[in-house]
Ligand binder design. Structure first.
Ligand code: ZN
Length: 203
């Protein structure tokens, strides 16, 4: 089983629940429709990685996402996640009304920083992604169509969270390609205080 680190301990998530189309600016970026309900999909434990790898056969897109670790049914830890996506394949699957697993749930498609506790209001949590020292994505819970606690409640209506499961809350605009050698720095803030910072060099 793959693990993530929460306050210095190894945690083994049974699954990652991902949310699509949760930031209006990103929905417009991909020419998608705003949904009545949040778009939910899963990544398995086998998708978890701590290193960031490009794909030799296909262009990957990064999606930087505020990610919560669930414990005792609560949003208990927060970290920075990269939802890696085979965008051309996803577009093909979408146009054929097929499920997204081939484009979203492959090995090493969910890359995480460490997770830490937080005691700030959810609306004060925000993220930034820098690539080669250029800010490419930024956004906070205050800009989400569905707030993380709403998402938790909504998902709970049909999927149970095990302790250690992860909730990826969707990406703001600014998604783009993962190129070998690029340096990614993901940050999670409570207002202006950095809660988590992690850097990866793409292999
Ligand atoms: Zn995503």
């Amino acid at each position: 089983m793959k693990s993530v680190n929460w306050n210095g301990s190894d945690i083994f998530p049974s699954k990652i629940v991902c949310v699509g189309r949760n930031f209006v600016d990103h929905i417009k970026e991909l020419n998608n429709q705003i949904s009545d309900e949040p778009v939910i999909f899963l990544k398995p434990n086998s998708a978890i990685a701590s290193e960031l790898h490009s794909c030799p056969t296909e262009l990957l897109h990064y999606e930087g996402e505020i990610t919560f670790l669930i414990n005792n049914g609560q949003l208990s830890g927060v970290g920075f996640g990269l939802d890696l996506t085979k965008r051309a394949l996803q577009d093909k699957l979408k146009s054929n009304s097929l499920p997204w697993e081939r484009a979203k749930s492959f090995d090493k498609s969910a890359v995480f920083s460490n997770f830490v506790d937080f005691n700030s209001a959810l609306r004060e949590i925000r993220m930034e992604l820098h690539i080669n020292d250029v800010l490419v994505q930024s956004g906070g819970c205050d800009l989400m169509l569905n707030q993380p606690d709403q998402l938790l409640a909504e998902v709970n209506e049909f999927i149970s969270f095990e302790d250690g499961d992860l909730l990826m809350c969707g990406t703001p605009k600014g998604v783009g390609p993962v190129n070998v050698g690029d340096r990614f720095v993901g940050k999670i803030f409570n207002k202006d205080n950095v809660l988590v910072e992690h850097d990866w060099t793409v292999k």
